[in-house]
Design a protein around this ligand. Structure first.
Ligand code: GLC
Length: 397
């Protein structure tokens, strides 16, 4: 695994988190950008707050689902681009605490996470569509911008002081303004002074702790986390999008992240009543079932020096290489390029030992069933002498 600061070790080991987009836009059910896409006037949009009374919201159910899915941290939209705060902000009236719901959902979420030993993340959008200064920018409207920036800084301070220890601050929406305009360096220095252990993403315009490729998996030499929707495009509740990813796609995306030393932050979009749609929950639980049998190859694991594109992906931890067989080869498989002496091979899910033969840089694992035992991803664990090392190819000799 990559070297990371001590305070990030848990995060690298965790590998899998739950992203939650939930707010007033969930009522309309056309995604979290609906205010912008449909150009809903600010005043008209604000009326949604009168209808936001999520009677079935229970943060413990979200946390339970995340646990069942094998997720080790959560990131909740405390405020998205529409400006509606899910906590009792002192610098805004547009909050769930001051409108119909009369509840501080962030407090409830934090409490539920903490009780269950779940790591806590806050998503916070710097931009707020309701502020003209955001649109005008600091050059055109320096005074308005300053006021807006102060509001943003004040909200971040609230989030960093009102709820005890927070594990992740997940910024979004710095665009199109520069980190200088946001004074992101000051902002993050304040955050770190209040929360010395916190992990901060790169979306305040400064690199900070991690890269955040969106809707695609792209490795980098720094810590990174691919965030992805469970359906095609939208993060907020959008029942009109029928294209949900299958458990197979979800597991394989998670594996691809880990094989590239990255994390996977998978999003759910709860309904206006506060519950997570059954179709999303079912898929998450299926991922959890796979993880219960194969988690050893994910948690605390990272990339291996030899890929096996003909079979799928490889992750590694300590002296074990985990071959994630997604393209089943039949009764025998060839794993190429291992320099170490191989000590053993087993099916990860069952523990069944497998016969093998090592011929220079080629390893043959035998005694496999003709069909994939787990079509999602069957993991074969290969125990090595020492940490995995790649052997030079010998096939042209
Ligand atoms: C984008 C979108 C936003 C979503 C986020 C998640 O920045 O604007 O709706 O919250 O990505 O990565």
């Amino acid at each position: 695994m990559e070297t990371v600061p001590e305070r990030m070790k848990w995060w690298v080991e965790a590998r899998f988190g739950m992203f939650i987009h939930w707010g007033l836009y969930s009522i309309l059910g056309r995604g979290e950008w609906v205010m912008h896409c449909e150009r809903i006037p600010k005043g008209e949009y604000a009326l949604l707050a009168k209808k936001f009374r999520p009677r079935r919201f229970d943060a413990r159910n979200w946390v339970k689902l995340a646990k069942d899915a094998g997720m080790r941290y959560m990131v909740l939209t405390t405020r998205h681009h529409d400006g509606f705060c899910l906590w009792d902000s002192e610098v805004s009236d547009f909050t769930s605490a001051k409108t119909a719901a009369k509840r501080d959902f962030v407090a409830e979420y934090v409490e539920a996470c903490r009780r269950a030993g779940m790591r806590i993340g806050f998503y916070y959008s710097l931009l707020d569509w309701r502020w003209p200064a955001y649109w005008n920018g600091p050059e055109k409207d320096p005074k308005g911008w300053e006021e807006f920036r102060e509001y943003v800084h004040a909200q971040v301070r609230e989030l960093m002081t009102k709820y005890g220890k927070i594990d992740i601050l997940w910024y979004d929406g710095a665009w199109p303004h520069s980190p200088e305009a946001w004074r992101s360096d000051q902002l993050n220095a304040m955050v770190r002074s209040l929360q010395p252990e916190i992990i901060i993403n790169n979306r305040s315009g400064l690199p900070e702790d991690l890269d955040t490729p969106e809707q695609h998996i792209q490795g980098s030499s720094r810590p990174w986390e691919a965030c992805m929707t469970i359906d095609d495009l939208w993060w907020g509740y959008h029942p009109g999008d029928p294209n949900l990813k299958s458990p197979m796609q979800l597991v394989r995306n998670l594996v691809r992240c880990v094989a590239g030393n990255g994390n996977f932050l998978l999003n759910v979009g709860p309904m206006p009543d506060g519950t997570i749609p059954a179709a999303q929950a079912t898929r998450l639980r299926a991922v959890g079932r796979w993880l219960r049998a194969n988690g050893e190859s994910i948690y605390g694991a990272g990339s291996a020096p030899f890929g096996q594109a003909h079979l799928g992906q490889v992750t590694a931890k300590g002296n074990i290489a985990y071959v994630h067989v997604m393209f089943w080869p039949g009764r025998e498989m060839c794993v190429a390029g291992i320099k170490n002496k191989v000590l053993g091979a087993r099916m990860l899910a069952t523990g069944k030992k497998l016969p093998f033969e090592q011929k220079r840089d080629r390893l043959f694992v035998r005694g496999l069933p003709s069909k994939a035992p787990d079509p999602i991803d069957t993991v074969v664990a290969i125990e090595l002498e020492g940490r995995p090392e790649v052997a030079p190819a010998s096939f042209w000799e």
